[in-house]
Ligand binder design. Structure first.
Ligand code: PCA
Length: 212
């Protein structure tokens, strides 16, 4: 039996909603298998979110871990290629914690690459008719911390693959003038990305890099 852990996030930074949590809830409602889907909406807390994700991995021994978060201002869905070992928060998290220049995990490597097929996932989102591009930075806030935590917790385990997907604001709730996509498109793109993450083991060598 294949098991998937899929997480989104609660709202943060004064927003009333977070499309990552909403999209994960909707996808979980619509999930028809055949894999077992374990989904959860994580708190936007450095310590709380990483502890909870580690516990989910321990408890369910998933085959695939996909964490999803909001990247306000992005225009499409962006699989993340790399997590860096740095917590440097421009704003406090939802507990008031604001780490500056700290490693996510002490004495761990400087970075991990996602172990999901990020280029194939980007192509699958685009093929579903939803804007997508590959991202080479998940930032230095809670999302990067959670991605780093997932990759550190699964490092060396060939049978657990993990990664992160940032989504833009949902049009239904976006601040004025900020790029967004209808929530239903975000869910459709997320479904395409997750299906590819499950089914594709070797990434596709498509162009996806950036010049700067
Ligand atoms: N986005 C933030 C944290 C939670 C979320 O949805 C981030 O990109 O770090």
């Amino acid at each position: 039996m294949t098991t998937i852990v899929l997480t989104g996030f609660e709202p943060f930074a004064g927003d009333a909603t977070n499309p990552s949590g909403d999209a994960v809830r909707l996808l979980a409602e619509r999930w028809a298998g055949p894999e077992t889907l374990v989904s959860e909406v994580l708190p936007v807390e450095f310590a709380g979110a990483s502890a909870r994700l580690r516990a989910l991995i321990r408890e369910h021994s998933p085959d695939v871990v996909l964490a999803v978060g909001l990247a306000g201002g992005r225009t499409g869905l962006t699989p993340e290629r790399v997590a860096i070992n740095l917590a440097d928060a421009r704003i406090p998290d939802n507990t008031g914690d604001q780490p500056l220049d700290r490693p996510s995990v002490a004495d761990a490597p400087a970075a991990y690459f996602a172990t999901l097929p990020v280029k194939a996932m980007t192509a699958a989102i685009a093929a579903a008719g939803v804007p997508a591009s590959l991202s080479h930075s998940a930032g230095t806030f809670v999302c990067n911390h959670v991605m780093f935590t997932a990759l550190h917790a699964t490092a060396g385990a060939d049978d657990i693959r993990a990664g992160f997907l940032h989504v833009p604001y949902a049009s239904e709730d976006a601040p004025d003038g900020v790029s967004s996509l209808p929530l239903d498109d975000i869910v459709r793109g997320l479904a395409a990305a997750l299906r590819t993450a499950i089914d594709v083991r070797e990434d596709t060598p498509l162009p996806g890099g950036t010049l700067h």
